[in-house]
Design a protein around this ligand. Structure first.
Ligand code: NAP
Length: 250
């Protein structure tokens, strides 16, 4: 069993604790202000690796402390990427391994790879036009979703005749070089992302629908298992195939 410390006992921390045993982890420490403890040499003494899902305002401080204690680390908290260079130095100086990422979902990372492959293929087909759509529940505060932005980067990178993305409403006809990506907010719709290809004869659609956070927690546990044998700083999406152990031809 791999000895794991969970930093942040919120929705993600609790789910990781629940799923840890079936993924060969023993939770040896849980750190959260509500539990009245903090990161220290003593509280992390038994841990081989830490998984951090806290809040953007404390993530960098936590990363600094954990690096200095020489512990391997997986960080799911977002909002600290402006400090990436400083983190890179800390990871090197303290000779640890760290994985970070803004989307640890296994399904979504598989979806990114499918969209990457499919847009390269469809780039050779003049008679199909690519489009995107994302749907979320009415409580979501932002649009487009962060995932929609990642997907549009993949589409633009692989599609020669699309040079910009159009997320907003249009008061005119869409330009030939514009990739249209729409957003819908209503009811309780789970996070849904769709990339479509339309021709006069038919429509082809690739669609990902999130049901719960389990895929995110499992992704973080896979990253923790992978990083204990390595040193250096890695992005989850960039190293996804190695982390889940599925190699394929791009
Ligand atoms: N990368 C991904 O795939 C992914 C997926 C889901 C979420 N996230 C991100 O991960 C973060 C956590 O998400 P969540 O849904 O689990 O949030 P959450 O339910 O709000 O949990 C955050 C937890 O961290 C605790 N915390 C705050 N400061 C801390 C500190 N200094 N040390 C230890 N724990 C601390 C909070 O305690 P208090 O409540 O007592 O302050 C809370 O229990 C968010 O930034 C979210 O955007 C990323």
């Amino acid at each position: 069993m791999i000895k794991l410390a969970i930093i942040g006992y919120g929705q993600m921390g609790k789910l990781i604790e629940q799923l840890a045993p079936e993924h060969n982890f023993e939770v040896v420490s849980i750190i959260d202000p509500l539990l009245g403890n903090e990161i220290s040499e003593e509280s992390l003494s038994k841990a081989e690796v830490c998984i951090e899902f806290t809040t953007p305002d404390v993530a960098f401080e936590n990363i600094q402390k954990i690096c200095k204690l020489g512990k391997n680390l997986v960080v799911g908290t977002t909002g600290w990427l402006d400090k990436l260079e400083a983190v890179q130095k800390l990871v090197q100086q303290n000779k640890i391994g760290m994985v970070y990422g803004s989307n640890f979902s296994l399904g979504m990372n598989l979806f990114f790879q499918m969209v990457n492959f499919t847009t390269k293929l469809m780039n050779k087909m003049d008679n199909y036009e690519v489009f995107g759509l994302e749907l979320h529940h009415k409580k979501k505060k932002d649009s487009p979703s962060g995932t929609a932005k990642i997907l549009s980067d993949i589409v633009l990178k692989n599609t020669d005749n699309k040079t910009s993305v159009q997320f907003d409403k249009l008061d005119r006809k869409i330009e030939k070089n514009e990739f249209h990506f729409g957003s819908i907010r209503a009811g309780n719709i789970p996070g849904t992302h769709l990339i479509g290809f339309d021709s006069a004869a038919d429509t082809i659609e690739l669609k990902h629908t999130a049901r719960n956070r389990e895929g995110l927690a499992i992704g973080a546990l896979k990253a923790a298992e992978w990083i204990i044998k390595r040193k250096g700083l890695y992005n989850f999406t960039e190293h996804f195939s190695e982390i889940i152990g599925v190699q394929h031809e791009a």
